[in-house]
Design a protein around this ligand. Structure first.
Ligand code: ATP
Length: 468
């Protein structure tokens, strides 16, 4: 887990992660070619896995032989193209599956490689791929796999996360754009960012923008400009870096945008802002037909048509219930401030007067334009009301145990400037003293944040006392 940081350095401190049960049972599994070992490890448990022989990969990232990998609170699969032997220490739910959609996924990868080669030859841009599908259809797993395969070919894909429910190299609530030049960390999911300190896998630097709500539909007036800002930043990075430009982008999305009354408006916004030319749809024929129909007359600004391709959902995809997701979010937040068991951090708490802080609260109900297509170019009109509500001392009690984003902006900046500013890091409201009008903020470094505006959303939700 990792995040944008406040320039913190690694050092020794306590961690507050919950206890882990390590149960010493050892099993050896033989995987035949083109099969996968699917496993689920509970949040409170951990397993250690080694590849004893053969070749094995986790969502496209190859595992080293005889290296112990630790998984906790994980639902995933180890796939083998040529067969392998796995040693597993600890307890998990597991089975081996012979039927997987891996051949179609790798074919999708080679089709993207072909467009990347063409881009390199012509000096153009690589494919801009949007991954769509209902919740838990395997979108993020497919994005990881395509990223890992691209990196293994020496490419540098720009990975975009528009799903604030789950962070990508960040705590939830953030939309990110990250160029990937090095291998993914199979234990951490995506890998680590600079704030995570020393790491066996090179760190990645996500560009982060705060949305602060769970679903795009919660406030489309904020989500859409945040996506637009992300697209501008990602596109300009593409222009600056030929390796990223030839490789292109892969965009992960929240499952909720494939249904509901705002669905096509939100999808069309991403298509337009990122100039998407390829859409991969997981497991929904209805969505494939609908997108093909809606986009048949549409062309990107470069005159490209959009290719819509349906891929099968893996039978291994599992639904993650709210308790599991909540626990995952809490761990992400704890790790942001305190580090992991193998790499602890030293966060600092500072008491600051209310009057020395500018805190904006995310409010505003959703409003949305009604058109999807042919109005891909259709925009919402400008808004007269505020983007945020300025917080006063009477709201501070409610803020206890919330996580606030620190914007790369100045206190006097206009709300649009704050909204469009990248996120510098996060602080946690450890204590509120209403009588003395002071608040204690936990931050991963001692950097002065008094000059920066803070933004208070409701996602991720307030966590239980981190300091207890
Ligand atoms: N082949 C597989 N075997 C076992 N588990 C898998 C497999 N593919 C995906 N999973 C797991 O299923 C869960 C859902 O997959 P994933 O997160 O990729 O779906 P998603 O569509 O991105 O979900 P969401 O809509 O919530 O963002 C994850 O825990 C993932 O690790």
């Amino acid at each position: 887990m990792s995040i944008p940081g406040l320039g913190l350095s690694a050092s020794v401190a306590r961690t507050q992660l919950g206890p882990i049960d390590i149960i010493e049972t050892i099993a050896v599994h033989e995987l035949s070619r083109n099969s996968e070992w699917r496993f689920e490890v509970a949040i409170s448990q951990s397993i250690e896995l080694k590849v004893l022989s053969g070749t094995a990969e986790l969502f496209g990232t190859e595992l080293a032989l005889n290296h112990p990998y630790t998984f906790r609170g994980t639902k995933a699969a180890i796939y083998s193209w040529h067969g392998c032997r796995l040693e597993v220490k600890g307890l998990c739910t597991e089975y081996i599956a012979e039927e997987t959609p891996m051949i179609s996924y790798v074919n999708a990868h080679f089709a993207l490689e072909k467009s990347r080669d063409d881009a390199q030859e012509s000096g153009g841009e690589g494919p801009r791929v949007l991954v769509l599908g209902p919740s838990n259809s395997g979108k993020t797993s497919l994005v990881k796999l395509l990223t890992a395969y691209a990196v293994r070919m020496g490419r540098q894909p720009m990975i975009i996360n528009t799903d604030s429910r789950e962070g990508l190299l960040s705590i939830p609530g953030i939309l990110t754009a990250t160029p990937f030049a090095s291998t993914l960390d199979v234990e951490e999911g995506w890998g680590s960012s600079p704030s995570s300190g020393p790491s066996p896998v090179p760190v990645k630097s996500p560009l982060c923008y705060y949305y602060g709500l769970e679903n795009p539909e919660d406030n489309t007036r904020l989500w859409k400009p945040t996506v637009s800002r992300l697209a501008i930043t990602a596109t300009s990075r593409l222009v600056d870096d030929p390796d990223v430009k030839f490789t292109g982008m892969i965009i992960d999305t929240p499952g909720s945008i494939t249904s509901g009354k705002y669905s096509f408006d939100l999808i069309s916004h991403i298509v337009k802002e990122f100039q998407v030319n390829t859409i991969l749809i997981l497991g929904s024929e209805r969505l494939e037909k609908e997108m093909t129909r809606q986009l048949q007359a549409y062309k990107t600004v470069r005159g490209e048509e959009v290719t819509v391709l349906k891929l099968d959902k893996s039978g291994g995809c599992v639904d993650r219930d709210e308790t599991f997701m909540r626990a995952t979010r809490d761990i992400a937040i704890k790790e942001y401030f305190f580090g992991t068991p193998s790499h602890t951090l030293s966060p600092q708490t500072r008491q600051i007067s209310f009057s020395d802080l500018t805190i904006y609260r995310i409010t505003s109900p959703t409003t949305i334009s009604s058109n999807f297509l042919p109005g891909l170019g259709e925009e919402e009109t400008s808004f007269s009301c505020n983007i945020y509500e300025k917080t006063s001392a009477i709201d501070f009690g409610e803020m206890l145990h919330s996580v606030l984003a620190v914007a790369y902006a100045r206190r006097g900046d206009a709300q649009e400037t704050v909204r469009d500013a990248p996120v510098m890091g996060f602080v946690y409201v450890a204590e509120v003293d209403a009588r003395r009008e002071k608040v204690s903020l936990l931050a991963p470094s001692s950097e002065d944040i008094g000059e920066r505006p803070l933004v208070w959303g409701c996602w991720p939700e307030a966590v239980l006392n981190l300091m207890g």
